[in-house]
Design a protein around this ligand. Structure first.
Ligand SMILES: [Ca+2]
Ligand SMILES: [Ca+2]
Ligand SMILES: [Ca+2]
Length: 499
């Protein structure tokens, strides 16, 4: 009862820091007035708004008030309202904190995606450098292979030339052998004819000696004859014989001279043959020497041919190895090219995603708000309709074009006491309202639906630009036409195609 009395005496207009004694004094001073007020209020049947009951001359607080009031007394109305306000403020703080945490989580995701994209791009750069390194090695190997091919072709040409000269020398050697054999045959034939002539000459010499002996015997027998006739006859006979002998002697002398000549000729021929034989011997020796040289050269050519064959095999093997390496390099090059293209594509996608995320983040940080597929910006400054339109264009957007009731309701809620330019005007033809041609279609369009306030547009004093206002308290009747020169806020809209 005491607390009820104290609460009833408190009128709420006192300082909370006052002492209880001072409060009681104050309450006692106003108590009669409070009772009088209560009586008056009871009579007007409105006491229940402030007091619960009147007992023993004091007012008790209402049961609908804060339950704590039963113990603490009846609190003034403004104290309860401030508590509720503090509670709402506290809840708003929690909401703001939750929003900040959500934003930071989102931002961390964006940063991690960006780091992944950066690490992938560095990997791509490393792989590109390795690819160039492989390419350089491949080019050097190709040059070495071409040089080896060139030297191989030169060696093959030299080998063919040596073979041709070897064949020519062999043919010359065979021709020389044939001519040498012919000369040997001619010499043997000449030797045989020389032997025959010598034998004939010796036979003629023997017959000449026999005739001389017979003549000497006849001369001795003639001397032995004494008779003249006989002697004369014998002398005639002898003379005849002598003449015959003379004739035969002349013949023999001629034959002898002839034989002498033939002997001299034969001697000359023999000497010539000897000379020829010496020459042939020398030629044979030379041929032997050249033959030995040819044998050596042939052996040398065989060795060089074997070496060339081995080198050719080695060159072929290295060529095959180079071909395999080239094919492997080609395959790895193709693989790297594919990987590079894939990395490029993923890098482009990531870059686009990053740009879009950055754009989204920037828009969000710059005060843009998203609705549907568009972003919207409510300016803090105020300006004319034309300057507002230019500002939106600078931001890569256009003055808002309202296409649906949902969009209208969203724009209506952008500001508490909104008064902002929208992209609607009738500058070209009075009363013929059209949306600005700054949107994606790049051409003016008549509104499909409108949200004019009652009595608007009225073109009062020449009004050619539209604003959205919250003054009318009806989101679907919030458009008004105003002079385009009026300085108010404005709303920009950024559509996806404007990104
Ligand atoms: Ca729109
Ligand atoms: Ca007008
Ligand atoms: Ca108007």
């Amino acid at each position: 009862m005491t607390s009820t009395l104290q609460v009833a005496e408190y009128d709420g207009s006192q300082d909370e820091g006052s002492s209880p004694k001072k409060k009681r004094d104050v309450w006692r001073g106003v108590r009669p007035l409070q009772i009088a007020e209560y009586d008056t209020l009871k009579e007007e049947k409105s006491c229940t708004k402030h007091f619960r009951e009147f007992q023993s001359g004091v007012c008790a607080p209402l049961t609908g008030m804060d339950s704590g009031a039963d113990e603490r007394g009846s609190y003034p109305r403004w104290v309860t309202s401030s508590g509720i306000a503090a509670l709402i403020l506290f809840l708003l703080c929690i909401l703001l904190l939750a929003g900040i945490i959500g934003l930071s989580v989102h931002y961390n995701k964006v940063i991690s995606r960006y780091n992944i994209a950066r690490s992938q791009s560095s990997t791509y750069i490393k792989q590109t450098e390795e690819k160039y390194h492989f390419k350089a090695g491949y080019n050097n190997l190709t040059k070495e292979r071409d040089q080896l091919k060139l030297s191989y072709n030169n060696l093959t040409k030299e080998r063919d030339q040596l073979k041709a000269s070897n064949n020519n020398l062999t043919e010359e050697r065979d021709q020389l052998k044939v001519s040498y054999n012919n000369l040997i045959k001619e010499r043997d034939h000449l030797k045989v004819s020389n032997t025959n002539l010598t034998e004939e000459r010796d036979q003629l010499k023997a017959s000449n000696n026999n005739l001389t002996e017979e003549r000497d015997q006849l001369k001795v027998s003639y001397t032995n004859l004494t008779e003249r006739d006989q002697l004369e006859a014998s002398n005639k006979n002898l003379t005849e014989e002598r003449d015959q002998l003379k004739i035969s002697y002349i013949h023999l002398t001629k034959e002898r001279d002839h034989l002498k000549v033939s002997y001299t000729n034969l001697t000359e021929e023999r000497d010539k043959l000897k000379v020829n034989q010496n020459n042939l011997t020398e030629e044979r020796d030379q041929l032997k020497v050249s033959y030995n040289n040819l044998i050596k050269e042939r052996d040398h050519l065989k060795i060089s041919y074997t070496n060339l064959t081995e080198e050719s095999d080695q060159v072929k093997a290295s060529y095959n190895n180079l071909t395999e390496e080239r094919d492997q390099l080609k395959a790895s090059y193709n693989h790297l090219t594919k990987e590079r293209d894939q990395l490029k594509a993923s890098y482009r996608n990531l870059t686009e995603e990053r740009d879009q995320l950055n754009e989204t983040l920037n828009l969000w940080n710059s005060g843009w708000k998203k609705f549907g597929s568009s972003w919207y910006f409510l300016s803090k400054q105020k300006n004319t309709w034309t300057a507002s339109r230019e500002d939106c264009l600078k931001r890569g957007a256009h003055l808002v074009i309202i296409n649906s009731e949902a969009e209208q309701r969203f724009i209506y809620r952008l500001g508490e006491s909104l008064s902002a330019h929208i992209g609607l005007h009738d500058m070209n033809t009075e009363g013929d309202w059209e949306w600005v041609d700054d949107g994606p279609s790049r051409k003016s369009s008549t509104p499909d639906i409108t949200f004019w306030n009652d009595g608007e547009p009225n073109n009062s004093g020449g009004e050619d630009c539209a604003e959205i206002v919250t003054k009318a308290k009806n989101p679907l009747k919030s458009w008004n036409d105003i002079p385009c020169s009026k300085n108010i806020n404005w709303v920009c809209e950024k559509t996806p195609s404007a990104f």
